[in-house]
Design a protein around this ligand. Structure first.
Ligand code: HEM
Length: 509
């Protein structure tokens, strides 16, 4: 029986997709023993550089960094399926142009909306125009000095001393192996929920409770990012229409994430109705009290905040501990700085930890939590390096590639060297001042009007955690000697397979 008309299009797409997958797997299979290409990829009519994109799909950031190094001006155009051209740049002048000078020409745009909306809805990470402005305005209070002081001196402090330290102590006593990435994610998740939603999910408990929500959240982020990077976008659209494969998993994961976020919103709404005034005002209370938002938008905002607060700081700290564990000089300098401060440092002391700040910046230069970030041209334009951009083209800047460019960081760019961010006081010999790089050379927190709202909060949290752990423990990778962990990314980055470690109590603290 012939398929009904409504199924004709999906069926054709399915056949087309099958055909391409077959060709890709053959092409890739043929040369599986040869290293992936680094010169600018060949482009064919209709399919563009689909073979190279597919071949490098699991090492996208590394591949882009190689292509950037081979380009003459730090920019190249990737030819995608059906003649779609995608600008990728690591040129600071271009980054300044798209993030600041011509900000109005480079919104998130249509492609982001189509790909991200199922997961992020209209939350701040997927919003443009007035909706974005409103969410930024309402969220900005969360990051005042008063809130940040409270955050580091109470929320982070309690999570550290009541939950994290006891778990690490136990691991040290039992000589057991922990996945530090998982522990840090749990820590960051509890933290962001407490400060932003006034709610404690208790994910960092000694029993390390199974975190179904976290698994669903990771699945949703991974599959959504696969959509953004798919070789043939029609394939995921077809899978969604038929509710099969990864798109079916995505639908289930998103419904779990939404259910959780909705529960948080409903409980807070009930709490607000019951109490005439709240002792503490978190972001969620403020949003709900503003009154003119529907539940769906508030739920979207909660999901965006979880994404912002959970995965970025935990990824940074994971790589930070990996790098520090392999560098006794850096570890010594950090210990000197920690021992110069009180055992429970207050807000000002944490702010003053310049060597740890430099070490974190250096970790993020090599392993940025958001390794690439895309905009879409609202009009025809020309970038400062002469690249012609047509309306609707995707323009992506690449913090991962930028952190690895000799032209920006010098010949020693491969080295983990916090000193490149510091000035020493000649008289006292102490590290005196943190010297930031301009945000277009180092756009790890983005830059311009949409610069990360949580940057100061993130540094306070990460510095306090780094100091709290390293003062008392050594973190020792439980990996084979010479093993190099692999950097991967979905919407944010991770260490492939997690970070297995043993914890040792420091003697004579
Ligand atoms: C190491 C930690 C962090 C890094 C590297 C980082 C990086 C970024 C980047 C690259 C963006 C731009 C994303 C985009 O527009 O596509 C961003 C936006 C944002 N970040 Fe962060 N972030 C970090 C931690 C945090 C934390 C802890 C929060 C707190 C909740 C936070 C809140 C936000 C918010 C609300 C935005 C949206 C800003 C806007 O669109 O106007 N971030 N961040």
């Amino acid at each position: 029986m012939p398929p009904p008309n409504s199924l004709l299009f999906p069926s054709l797409l399915f056949l087309l997709s099958f055909f391409f997958i077959l060709i890709f797997s053959r092409q890739v299979g043929k040369k599986s023993s040869s290293p992936p290409v680094s010169k600018l990829p060949r482009s064919y009519p209709l399919i563009g550089s689909a073979f190279a994109i597919f071949k490098n799909r699991n090492r996208r950031n590394q591949w882009f960094a190689e292509l950037i190094r081979d380009s003459s001006n730090g920019t190249f155009i990737l030819h995608r399926f059906l003649g779609v051209r995608h600008v990728l740049t690591a040129n600071p002048a271009n980054v300044q142009h798209i993030l600041k000078t011509q900000f109005h020409l480079y919104p998130k745009g249509h492609t982001a909306r189509v790909n991200l909306s199922d997961f992020l809805g209209d939350g701040i990470f997927n919003a443009d125009g007035d909706n974005w402005k409103f969410q930024r305005q309402v969220s900005i209070h969360e990051f005042s000095t008063r809130s940040l002081r409270k955050f580091v001196e109470t929320v982070v402090e309690a999570e550290l001393s009541d939950r994290l330290v006891p778990i690490l102590s136990k691991a040290a006593a039992e000589n057991s192996v922990l996945n530090l990435e998982d522990i840090l994610q749990r820590f960051a998740f509890d933290n962001i929920c407490k400060i932003a939603f006034g709610f404690d999910p208790q994910y960092l408990l000694p029993s390390l409770p199974s975190a179904e929500f976290a698994v669903a959240f990771d699945d949703a982020a991974r599959i959504t990012s696969e959509r953004l990077n798919s070789v043939v976008p029609a394939i995921w659209k077809l899978k969604r229409a038929l509710d099969i494969g990864s798109e079916k998993r995505l639908r289930i994961a998103i419904s779990q994430v939404r259910e959780f976020a909705q529960k948080v919103v409903r409980e807070k709404t009930r709490e607000l109705e019951e109490k005439s005034s709240l002792e503490t005002v978190d972001l969620l209370s403020r949003i709900l009290s503003s009154g003119h938002l529907d539940e769906k938008l508030v739920t979207d905002m909660v999901i965006s905040f979880i994404l912002a607060g959970r995965d970025t700081t935990s990824a940074t700290l994971t790589w930070f501990f990996w790098l520090v564990s392999g560098d006794s000089h850096v570890e010594e300098e950090i210990l000197k700085e920690i021992r110069d401060k009180s055992e429970t440092p207050d807000y000002d002391e944490v702010k003053d930890m310049v060597y740890i700040q430099a070490s974190l910046c250096e970790s993020m230069r090599l392993y940025p939590p958001v390794p690439s970030d895309s905009k879409e041209a609202a009009m025809d334009d020309v970038l400062p390096d002469g690249t012609i951009v047509k309306k609707g083209m995707r323009v992506t800047y690449l913090p991962y590639a930028m952190g690895r460019m000799e032209g920006l960081w010098g010949q020693d760019w491969r080295e983990f060297r916090p000193e490149r961010w510091l000035e020493r006081d000649e008289v006292t010999g102490k590290w005196r001042r943190f010297v930031a790089r301009d945000p277009y050379t180092y756009p790890v927190f983005q830059a311009g009007p949409r610069v990360c709202l949580g940057k100061d909060m993130a540094f306070l949290q990460m510095k306090r955690v780094a100091a709290g752990i390293l003062r008392r423990f050594r973190v020792v990778p439980a990996m084979e000697k010479g093993f190099e962990p692999f950097f991967i990314s979905t919407l944010t980055s991770k260490m492939k397979g997690g970070f297995p470690v043993r914890i040792e109590e420091r003697k004579g603290r």
